[in-house]
Design a protein around this ligand. Structure first.
Ligand SMILES: [Zn+2]
Length: 98
């Protein structure tokens, strides 16, 4: 539909898995209003710019101990505070800045 309608097309999605982008929709015309799970952002909001989740983050199971490297990958590169998934959680409201 985006190819057909061009600049008259806008996609608003609650998907957080990037499905529409992988299917060919453009980032410019796709509004992921619940965020994107493949990105993180600063939990203290030192910046409004999300950053990609490192491909080096290993899978963990409940009870696994985090290594110092695991912890480093979960930190905000801007301020060193905790990073969080760039998604809207159940107890949160929309924030137009994100
Ligand atoms: Zn930060």
């Amino acid at each position: 539909m985006e190819r057909l309608f061009g600049d008259r097309f806008t996609l608003i999605t609650q998907n957080v898995d990037g499905l529409h982008l992988r299917a060919g929709n453009s980032l410019e015309r796709t509004y992921q209003i619940h965020g994107n799970i493949f990105f993180m952002r600063c939990a203290d909001a030192c910046t409004e710019s999300p950053f990609p989740v490192s491909e080096s983050v290993p899978s963990k199971s409940k009870g696994d101990v985090l290594t110092p490297e695991d912890v480093r990958l979960l930190r905000c590169p801007g301020c060193g505070g905790w990073a969080r998934p760039h998604v809207l959680w159940f107890d949160e409201t929309y924030n137009e800045n994100y």
